[in-house]
Design a protein around this ligand. Structure first.
Ligand SMILES: *Cc1c(COP(=O)(O)O)cnc(C)c1O
Length: 508
């Protein structure tokens, strides 16, 4: 299978797409075709466990990496998840289910692809005969950062530089990122919000001077951000797996259509669902849920994308995003794969902060997607309702998706509609203890660990060890850089050159 750029005629192998992250023309890599999984494939996959199902899907795309390797990599990755089933599907009531994607080592959905990432990268480098050191750059709204740091900690031949918006991540996320040990890792706060941070990292990635200097140091540049297809592809698998869990437990018949609801920021997770549909999974509709930062919801309604608007800080910071990078991949498909059209629109977006698509394109999108947004109050209410009625505690991002589902079911589908709905749960509630505690009980606490304690008393849900053990760890990375490519470049080059000597590991 080859991968092609959304903005030009570049065509590369899977290994190249992973190692390069971004096409030279600035576009994103997408699969040249969508492999089809037939009814027979689904029957076969029903018998498999999660790592086997994931490998089955991934092998269709990354055939150059080898089936055996991929199966082994998936086993190793999902072994690090808590519990017997790494990605369990929880039944809330007749027709409503929650897929818990947060049982990995850093308690968010990002672990699903980032526990695999180092293995996929290493294999790709070997296949390509690259033996330089790799520098991985990433901007994070909270979860990608920690999952990347954890996955690459002390991985030979790699260095990682993470940038996060100084005012844009939740308290516990900041604790997770800034207490991370590992000599090959660096973290910098950037002044501004996540969009600013993401834009700056993308600029740095494309900066000629920076790239030349890295080359002189013998360092290759890549990224663990969702522009890399190694992030996107592993996420397709859990849509299949959740569907098969419903079918094998006789809650649907094989072939029945279902809906998925996804809290959305950079449009990666929900796009993986659309890829699953393109591969033949019977998905009726993907519910794309935004919080107050509703550029996507407005786009899905009107066909005009406009990021010139206020950026809000919400209690679902991982989806505080206006500029959703992976939307480009969907637009590429619905415009009939016209790279020049996409290049034009993306130019418009970066210069004027907006673009519009045609009504025909919008209609095609409406076939597969419903876009909605939740206010902060609406989110709290949805979280409280589900807890009160079913005793189920969810995090704030899952709360956003649940709130949008209420609107969807009220407004968009017939009362008699019984299509099953799966809500993707993207973070452990304990990652946002104060906000979850507030939503479920009205109780307000300042300290994250006090929040955890109270939430535990309220829900009887076990707090994850990986968060509890951070309590007495000192913050290792402090201060914030100006949002300036030169400053960021200097900081990263100093780190790569060994000038920034990480402080000695202090565990307590
Ligand atoms: C990354 C993330 C999402 C989904 O974001 P996309 O960029 O749209 O894939 C949702 N919730 C949480 C908690 C996340 O970390």
């Amino acid at each position: 299978m080859y991968f092609i750029s959304t903005r030009g005629d570049e065509k590369v192998t899977g290994a190249q797409a992973i190692a390069l992250a971004l096409a030279k023309d600035g576009g994103l890599f997408v699969p040249e075709t969508f492999p089809q999984l037939t009814r027979d494939d689904l029957e076969k996959m029903s018998e498999m466990n999660y790592p086997e199902r994931a490998a089955y899907v991934l092998s269709k795309y990354l055939d150059d990496l080898g089936e055996e390797f991929i199966l082994d990599a998936c086993k190793k990755a999902y072994e690090t998840f808590e519990g017997e089933d790494p990605i369990p599907l929880v039944r809330i009531n007749e027709g409503l289910y929650i897929l818990e994607l947060y049982h990995g080592p850093t308690c968010s959905i990002k672990d699903v692809s980032l526990t695999l990432f180092p293995q996929l990268l290493k294999r790709s480098m070997e296949l390509l005969g690259y033996n330089e050191e790799v520098l991985l750059l990433a901007a994070t709204s909270g979860d990608t950062g920690k999952a990347t740091l954890q996955a690459f900690r002390d991985v030979k031949g790699t260095k990682v530089a993470i940038f996060y918006p100084d005012e844009g991540v939740a308290k516990m996320q900041k604790i997770q990122i800034c207490t991370q040990s590992g000599d090959n890792l660096n973290v910098s706060a950037i002044k501004g919000n996540f969009d600013d941070c993401q834009r700056a990292v993308r600029k740095l990635f494309a900066d000629k001077d920076f790239n030349e200097k890295l080359q002189n140091e013998g360092v290759r540049l890549s990224s663990t951000n969702s522009m890399n297809i190694a992030r996107l592809l592993p996420q397709i698998a859990y849509y299949f797996s959740a569907y098969l869990d419903l079918a094998t437990s006789d809650q649907i018949e094989m072939g029945d259509e279902i809906d998925f609801a996804v809290p959305t920021g950079n449009f990666e997770d929900v796009l993986a669902g659309w890829y699953a549909k393109k591969m033949g999974l019977p998905i009726r509709r993907l519910i794309c849920a935004s919080n107050r930062n509703r550029a996507l919801a407005d786009f899905l309604k009107t066909g005009s994308y406009n990021v010139k608007r206020n950026f809000f800080r919400t209690m679902s910071p991982s989806i505080d995003v206006l500029l959703s990078v992976n939307l480009e991949r969907l637009l590429f498909e619905v415009c009939g794969r016209k790279a020049d059209v996409i290049a034009d629109r993306m130019k418009n977006l970066s210069e004027n902060g907006e673009y519009s698509i045609t009504q025909a394109e919008l209609k095609a999108i409406h076939n597969d997607f419903y876009g909605g947004y939740a206010t902060e109050d609406g989110t709290v209410e949805a979280m409280y309702d589900i807890f009160e009625e079913y005793g189920y505690a969810m995090d704030t991002h899952t709360g956003v998706a649940t709130a949008v589902c209420y609107t969807y079911r009220d407004k968009e589908v017939d009362e008699k509609d019984r299509t099953p709905l799966i809500i993707l749960s993207t973070a452990n509630p304990y990652k946002f203890p104060q906000d979850v505690l507030y939503a479920l009980s009205g109780n307000d606490v300042k300290d994250s660990f006090k929040g955890i304690k109270r939430l535990n008393l309220l829900t009887a849900m076990k707090p994850p060890k990986c968060l509890m053990e951070l309590r007495y760890k000192p913050l290792r990375f402090k201060g914030a850089l100006q949002n300036d490519v030169k400053k960021m470049s200097d900081a990263v080059l100093a780190f790569v050159g060994g000038e920034i000597v990480p402080e000695p590991k202090s565990e307590k």
